[in-house]
Design a protein around this ligand. Structure first.
Ligand code: CP
Length: 306
């Protein structure tokens, strides 16, 4: 495989291989060991056409830990602002012969289109409502480490499902690994074809969280709502915000996840988000670096073997 564009094309065995390698990287980092220089001599360009804290920083750290030369394109200061298209921008950077392009873009499918035009490996860092594969992989690693397995778990994904590439990639990955997924949220924030997804759907948090092993909260993505109904934040928190009372419907050892950035007091209670006995939100961030190291390492191995 030359690119990582989504979870959809991945075989479960590829997911396990990547998570195993990421786990090794995570443990080596915790032990303070130096990592092998799997990306030494390679050039990694990060192109973020949308804001990011976690994904951009962790791709940069991941590349540097493995010895890559990492360049963060300042898209706000680039010729995109003069009207240069995504493809022309990508072709221009491709001519400088990078080895890895990490791309985030607001339009679904933009990263796949770009991958067809360049010679290097492309990693999707989130495209519109389509996919955010490394987020789903870091979520999977976090779940596997907390629960000791990544199959036959009940996972409630809650909130703004309609606009969420995180929900989409997680839904695909958790389904491939034979978990039971429930989508919980207001009908106005469910995808139009939700019935075709083959998962349980409810607008009742008590029902959705019942006996869940994992509760994954999502941000209200107002920037993608295009005038769709947005409930008042107070009303939304009352019905769908995760607090201790709603979490009591899940299993006593259920973990709480959130991909970030969080709206405290909107989709999640701030105290619960910080409760290290329940929340694995900071572990998700930590696993983000390890998963991105593994993803780039494996793609480069594939390129070298080709
Ligand atoms: N989870 C996530 O993608 O966060 P950022 O937008 O900060 O990268």
């Amino acid at each position: 495989r030359r690119h990582l564009l989504g979870i959809e094309p991945l075989h479960p065995s590829e997911i396990v291989t990547l998570l195993d390698l990421a786990d090794d990287y995570a443990e080596a980092t915790r032990r303070g060991e130096r990592h092998g220089q799997a990306l030494r001599g390679l050039t990694q360009i990060n192109m973020f056409f949308e804001n990011s804290t976690r994904t951009q920083a962790s791709f940069e750290i991941a590349g540097k830990r493995l010895g890559a030369e990492v360049m963060n394109m300042a898209m706000q200061a680039s010729s995109v602002k003069k009207g240069e298209t995504l493809i022309d921008t990508a072709l221009t950077l491709n001519a400088m012969r990078p080895d890895l392009l990490v791309v985030r873009h607001p339009h679904s499918g933009a990263v796949n289109l770009l991958a067809e035009k360049v010679n290097c490996a492309v990693l999707n860092a989130g495209d519109g409502r389509h996919e955010h594969p490394t987020q789903a992989l870091l979520d999977a690693l976090t779940i596997r480490r907390a629960k000791g397995r990544l199959h036959r778990l009940t996972v409630a994904i809650c909130g703004d499902i309609a606009h969420s590439r995180v929900a989409r990639s997680n839904l695909i990955l958790l389904g491939k690994m034979e978990n039971r997924v429930r989508l919980v949220g207001p009908p106005t924030l469910m995808p139009a074809q939700v019935a075709e997804l083959g998962v349980e759907v409810t607008d009742d948090m008590a029902e959705g969280l019942r006996d869940a092993d994992v509760v994954m909260m999502l941000r209200l993505q107002k920037e993608r709502m295009d005038g769709a109904f947005i409930p008042s934040e107070r009303e939304y928190y009352h019905r769908f915000g995760l607090d201790a009372a709603k979490l009591a419907h899940a299993k006593p050892d259920a973990i709480v996840m959130h991909p970030g950035p969080m709206n405290r007091g909107v989709e999640i209670d701030g105290t619960l988000a910080d409760d290290i006995n329940r929340s694995v939100i900071q572990e998700q961030v930590e696993m983000g670096v390890a998963v991105r190291m593994a993803a780039m390492d494996l793609l480069v191995r594939n390129l070298r073997a080709a």
